[in-house]
Write a protein that binds this ligand. Structure first.
Ligand SMILES: Cc1cc2nc3c(=O)[nH]c(=O)nc-3n(C[C@H](O)[C@H](O)[C@H](O)COP(=O)(O)O)c2cc1C
Length: 230
């Protein structure tokens, strides 16, 4: 009888473990405690408060080479370069929520982010050349993007939006929200922006807690100070 009870509770625990949402946070800032990184950790705290099992990854800690356009993935659906991309890919596919945080460099994402995104060409080949399903159909996968720029431009977020749209598409993730903040440049300056901190936490929580279906277009939270149109 005891063995039965232990097995029963063990099974229940396993089922609960399967039901816990996994949220992966990817930080593209090259500086430790960068502004986007601080917002990412707030968003992950929000996700954890909603019950998610969260994991944080800093791209600067990883060794990911740039895509060499060998096109082997068009035949196999797999990237043949062996480096830290493969374990990160497993994490991206294993998580059902993704929070991607990036600074703006020259009007778009920094090299660290672009290298990762380009390596996802193998997912594009898998999905659109080989026409193989990546993720079980009907899986509820959602992602949000955080981007921080130093200038007062509002247009610098458009390239990020476009790149992230295609990156999240190959990952079979619904693009559900953006948090864009401009006019933040000095290290840690975002800590003096309480609405950004608050919105990051709220959006991270909502990413986990919001009922399906996710929105068809991302919800934008744009915290722009004295916007100019450059
Ligand atoms: C190489 C480089 C390029 C940058 N390019 C831009 C830019 O095009 N537009 C902008 O508003 N800020 C630009 N910035 C400023 C950063 O976006 C800003 O400092 C931001 O807060 C950095 O975020 P982080 O602390 O998360 O890394 C640039 C900074 C660097 C180092």
């Amino acid at each position: 009888m005891d063995a039965f009870i232990i097995a029963f509770y063990g099974l229940c625990g396993y089922l609960v473990h399967l039901m816990i949402v996994k949220a992966l946070g990817i930080s593209a800032s090259p500086r430790a405690d960068g502004n986007s990184d601080i917002l990412l950790r707030q968003a992950l705290a929000g996700a954890a408060a909603a019950g998610a099992n969260v994991e944080y990854v800093r791209l600067c800690d990883l060794n990911i080479a740039a895509c060499i356009e060998c096109d082997l993935c068009r035949k196999t659906g797999r990237c043949e370069l062996e480096d830290d991309y493969q374990p990160l890919l497993a994490k991206m596919l294993g998580a059902s929520r993704l929070i991607f945080a990036t600074p703006i460099f020259f009007m778009t994402v920094p090299a660290q982010a672009k290298v990762l995104i380009d390596r996802c060409q193998c997912l594009w080949a898998h999905k659109y050349v080989l026409k193989k399903p990546l993720i079980t159909a009907g899986s509820d996968r959602r992602a949000m993007v955080i981007a921080v720029g130093g200038s007062k431009s509002t247009r610098m977020f458009e390239p990020v939006r476009m790149t992230m749209k295609y990156y999240l598409d190959v990952l079979d993730m619904n693009y559900t929200a953006n948090l864009f903040v401009n006019n933040i440049e000095r290290l840690g300056q975002i800590k003096k922006h309480p609405s950004a901190i608050k919105e990051a936490f709220r959006l991270g929580k909502e990413l986990i807690a919001a009922d399906p279906p996710p929105p068809t277009e991302p919800v934008d939270v744009e915290l722009f100070s004295t916007p100019d149109k450059s």
